[in-house]
Design a protein around this ligand. Sequence first.
Ligand code: ADP
Ligand code: MG
Length: 338
Amino acid sequence: MNETLAARRDSDSGSPPRLRQADGSPEGLLRAGGSPASETNTGLDGGTSGETSPADGPRSMPSPPHLCRTGREFVAAATHDEFAAAATHDEFVAAATRDQREGALPGVEPQLRTTGLTKAYRKAAVEIPVLRGVDLEVHQGEFLAIVGQSGSGKSTLLHLLGLLDRPDDGSIRLGGSRIDDLPPAKRDRLRNQCFGMVFQFYHLLPELTALENVMVPGLIATGPLTGLRQRPRLRRRATELLELMGLSHRLRHRPRELSGGEMQRAAIARALMNRPQILLADEPTGNLDQATGREILKTLRTLNCTENLTIVMVTHDPTIAAQADRIVRLREGRVVPA
Ligand code: ADP
Ligand code: MG
């Protein structure tokens, strides 16, 4: 059984890579385990390196947070106080096992749910209400587009979903667990592990190469102490991801040496570095010409299909939105069917 994810450049069109997985299985690029390593080793998780890390631990054990395979698993880890205090992987495993045994989290669908989300910005004495009660459900594996006029609050909503900002009121739940009110360190960790983010203007760090940019979330996840030891593994994964995005010839290029499409593909690779559960994309094609935008969209769709990656994409462009499974509209601060 060939489960290798491979990328190849379309030699005729020079279009970005197509990710493929021979058996269509959702296990792969974003999944750390689930099948015997000998069958599913994609080379992306350091499985061939001989290095030992929590990633290589027994499959029957709960994964460490950066390798949790479902949002629920991760939230179980991230929200458990004992996890926060766990100094070692073994302590974490013990805490996570207890969490699961005690059924601390109900098995709730959808994957992501907002209830009555409100957000206003204040400028001097003036309050600008933007979101006025957003109720939204996103299901595992869904490709959802959020449309709305400029200034309707699309980016604001995406920032709240990705824990970049806090709502004034309402709640956000991931896998049934509330995540908007977590203390800062846990929010940061959850954002780093569970959400991949892609922005209109890429937000790559200009002084870093494409490879280093992609490694950044991995380095943040491992922390400074283990970061050095994990660096070869992270470099391998980042390289593989850039190859999957058709950028194997751009590993050492800095963002200013890349085209818009290449920067966005590097940004997507970066977003995938920690095997996120949900990809949040804010106008991912908004700064690109039409043909390049279509290619980026194709890449997102392929990730959605082959990896079962949940995608929430904001766009003001109806033709881009039409590619999604479902479209909702932000109007007067609320989500309505498009
Ligand atoms: P969209 O992405 O739909 O174009 P945004 O979410 O960026 O809309 O912005 C919604 C509204 O909130 C706009 O009127 C914008 O000017 C305002 N806004 C966004 N961010 C801020 C901020 N940091 N401070 C003050 N006002 C803001
Ligand atoms: Mg916006």
